[in-house]
Structure formats: structure tokens, C-alpha cells
Design a protein around this ligand. Structure first.
Ligand SMILES: Nc1ncnc2c1ncn2[C@@H]1O[C@H](COP(=O)(O)OP(=O)(O)OP(=O)(O)O)[C@@H](O)[C@H]1O
Length: 373
């Protein structure tokens, strides 16, 4: 039986879609119940393990981001899921079934690459029609689905243009629309906003979030941009050297990083492993205390102590740098051999300090996190 699905749109009444591809004979269950599992997956390139013993379950409808520095194995993991690379060891399952024998074009996934990968010789409309044609959708249905989708991504006036006649953001919206139009249950995004400038990236993050809410696809996104990962994801996998360093929600990863690597990768972090900051190595082997810059308060050296002072760590230092960052002020404060970063909201700041000012920094002991090395 052909799986059916409903495509929602703000701009139009619900549209009934009929999938033409019979994926059940490929060993996959019907769409819209996608659930992905990496089981102990390793990918070797000669002697290099691009991905090592990766085990990971992705829930239906989840937005999961694979985050990590260059060379950490993010793209390789995504390419194996897409079917462009085969694992050297281990297995990948979709809805409980191995996809080892399923070629990429039968995996029923929409894919968006950083470089848009639109067909340059086809109009926007023809680009969107292509995946529908591949699935045998008839001309009349193709037309109405393309019209709806163009409207949904605010490109209804651009259907007859060639990709080269669009801006970067518009091209990326076409790429997203093309990945969504066939209503595949899984959406793979490979650095989808990497080619866009900062403002456009933020705008497109909002757009991707809205599309995810609306279309409810299981989405796996690869990025090295921590802000993008924190903004978009239900959960984030932080990769390092082909392995998972930590997997959690954005909030938990930021607030309770397990290791020094994760703490540094997801924002700024003050490591407090120095005797000048009250740290005793012998008492805490293998761990590093860390405080986030926005958890540190800054006051004049001789300011009156606060009432909860007994619950706080206090150090005295000298401001080296003060940087305006829009709504925030960022200080770099020298405390002996350490340079601590403090971030303060301008609206809540009592006083402004400049280079050379002696200041008192304090933070709640409860806000200090103990990290693995
Ligand atoms: N086709 C290949 N042949 C040989 N080595 C490869 C190949 N593809 C990737 N690698 C190696 O595997 C490791 C992981 O690469 P991968 O592209 O997955 O990392 P990444 O985290 O996506 O990096 P980036 O953010 O730079 O794309 C790297 O050391 C890389 O050099």
C-alpha cells in the first residue's frame, strides 16, 4: 500500500500527498514514522577512522544536530546515513530496518547541501518539480504542489527564474523547498547556512525552525556553528575525533558540559583550575572547575559585599579590556596568571569599568561546573 501524508501550509488548505515510491519492498517501513539508529558504526579511510563506533538513536520528528570542529567526522556520519558512503563496520537502521542494501536514491530523504546543489540549468519551478517527477507524480499534481511550496517559502514570484538569478538566501530557500516537496520523512541538512552572511543566517535559522515545526520531519543537521546548533536543535551530538563527546539538549550541553572540550566548543568558558582561583589539583584529580562568563559578577574592588556573599567565590583582579557587544559588555579581567571573561547585560549593569580598574569578581559556588579533562 502506498504511504500517504499530509502537507500543511499556512497559505493554503491541507494538501493530500500520495507517495509513489514503494519503499516497503526495499525493506523500509512506510514514511512519517522515521526513526534512525546508528549501531556501532565505524568508517575507515585507509588507516584513518573518520567515524569510530558511533551509536546513536534519533527520534521521530526530532531535530538533531551533529556539531564538531573540522575533521571530527560529522559529514562522514551524514553521508553514511544518506547512503553516499558505506560503513566499514556496524549498521544504520531506519524504522528498525537496516539500510545497508538500500541505495541513496531509495532512502526517501530530502537533502540540503551548503552549496545549494540546485540544477543550474533548470528554473526554480523545474528544480522543485524534479523530485516529484522522479516519484512519478503526474503533471497536474506537480504543478499544484510546486505552487504551494513556492508560496510557502515566499518565492511565488520567482518560479521562472534560473538559480543564478537568485540571492544566496533565496537559493537556499529553494533548496529547502526541494528537499521538502516530496514529503520524505527524513531531512538531512549539511551546513545548510554555511554560505550565507550573518544576518541572513539568523533569518534562515528562523525559517528552518518554522519549517521543522510545520512539516515535522526527522531532521539531521551537520554544522560547526555552535550558535546555529543551539538555536535549531532538540538535541545536539558533539563530535570529536570521530566519536561522540556528549549528546544532550542545547540547554544541558551549555549549562552542564561534560568535558573541557564541550564547554569551550559551546561558548566561552572560564576554567578555574588555578591555585590563584582557589583550586587544589590534588583534591580534584582529572577534573576542571568551570564558570560561564555570564555567571560572574563584576563590581568595584571596594563595593559593599552582597548578602549572599558566603555562598560565593570572590577574587580581586584588574580589567585588561572592555568590549561593547551590543546589549552586552564583555570584560577581560587579569587575576594573577589567569584571564577571566565576564559578560554583563548593559541594562543590568551598575557601573562601567575600563582597563586598569581594580575590580572584584564573584560567582555562586553552585554555578561552578566540574568538567572532565
Ligand atoms: N574521502 C575521504 N578520503 C580520505 N579521508 C577522508 C575522506 N573523507 C573524510 N576523510 C577524513 O575523515 C575525517 C573526518 O572527515 P569529515 O569530513 O567527516 O569531518 P567533518 O567533521 O565533517 O569536517 P568539516 O567540518 O571540515 O567538513 C577527516 O580526518 C578527513 O580528512
Amino acid at each position: 500500500m502506498s504511504p500517504t501524508a499530509t502537507l500543511r501550509s499556512d497559505a493554503a488548505p491541507p494538501l493530500r500527498l500520495v507517495e509513489q515510491t514503494n519503499i516497503e519492498d526495499q525493506g523500509l517501513e512506510s514514511s512519517n514514522c522515521a526513526q534512525i539508529e546508528f549501531r556501532d558504526v565505524t568508517k575507515m579511510y585507509g588507516p584513518i577512522a573518520a567515524v569510530s563506533e558511533l551509536s546513536l538513536s534519533i527520534r521521530r520528528g526530532e531535530f538533531l544536530t551533529i556539531l564538531g570542529p573540522s575533521g571530527s567526522g560529522k559529514t562522514t556520519a551524514l553521508m553514511m546515513l544518506a547512503g553516499f558512503e558505506a560503513p566499514t563496520k556496524g549498521d544504520i537502521l531506519i524504522s528498525g530496518k537496516s539500510v545497508a542494501a538500500v541505495p541513496s536514491y531509495r532512502r526517501d530523504q530530502g537533502i540540503v547541501f551548503q552549496s545549494y546543489a540546485l540544477f543550474p540549468h533548470l528554473t526554480v519551478r523545474r528544480n522543485l518539480e524534479f523530485p516529484l517527477e522522479m516519484r512519478g507524480v503526474n503533471a497536474r499534481d506537480r504543478m499544484s504542489r510546486v505552487d504551494r511550496m513556492l508560496k510557502r517559502v515566499h518565492l511565488d514570484a520567482f518560479g521562472e527564474r534560473m538559480p543564478s538569478q537568485l540571492s544566496g538566501g533565496q537559493q537556499q530557500r529553494v533548496a529547502l523547498a526541494r528537499a521538502l516537496i516530496a514529503d520524505a520523512p527524513i531531512l538531512l541538512l549539511d551546513e545548510p547556512l554555511g554560505a550565507l552572511d550573518r544576518n541572513l543566517r539568523e533569518q534562515m535559522q528562523g525559517e528552518i525552525k518554522a519549517l521543522h515545526r510545520e512539516f515535522d520531519k526527522t531532521t539531521i543537521c551537520v554544522t560547526h556553528d555552535q550558535e546555529e546548533a543551539l538555536t535549531l536543535s532538540d538535541r545536539i551530538v558533539v563530535m570529536r575525533g570521530g566519536r561522540i563527546e556528549q549528546l544532550d539538549t542545547p540547554e544541558a550541553l551549555y549549562d552542564r558540559p561534560a568535558t573541557r572540550f564541550v564547554a569551550n566548543f559551546l561558548g566561552e568558558a572560564n576554567m578555574l583550575d588555578s591555585p590563584e582561583l582557589g583550586f587544589e589539583k590534588k583534591a580534584n584529580p582529572g577534573t576542571v572547575p568551570m564558570i560561564r562568563p555570564e555567571r560572574v559578577r563584576i563590581a568595584a574592588e571596594r563595593a559593599k559585599p552582597l548578602s549572599d556573599q558566603d555562598r560565593r567565590c570572590v577574587v580581586i583582579g584588574t580589567v585588561e579590556e572592555m568590549i561593547y557587544a551590543g546589549p552586552l559588555r564583555k570584560y577581560q579581567v587579569r587575576v594573577g596568571g589567569n584571564l577571566l571573561v565576564v559578560r554583563e547585560h548593559v541594562a543590568s549593569a551598575q557601573e562601567t569599568f575600563g582597563p586598569g580598574d581594580r575590580v572584584r569578581l564573584d560567582w555562586l559556588r553552585a554555578d561552578v561546573r566540574s568538567l572532565g579533562e
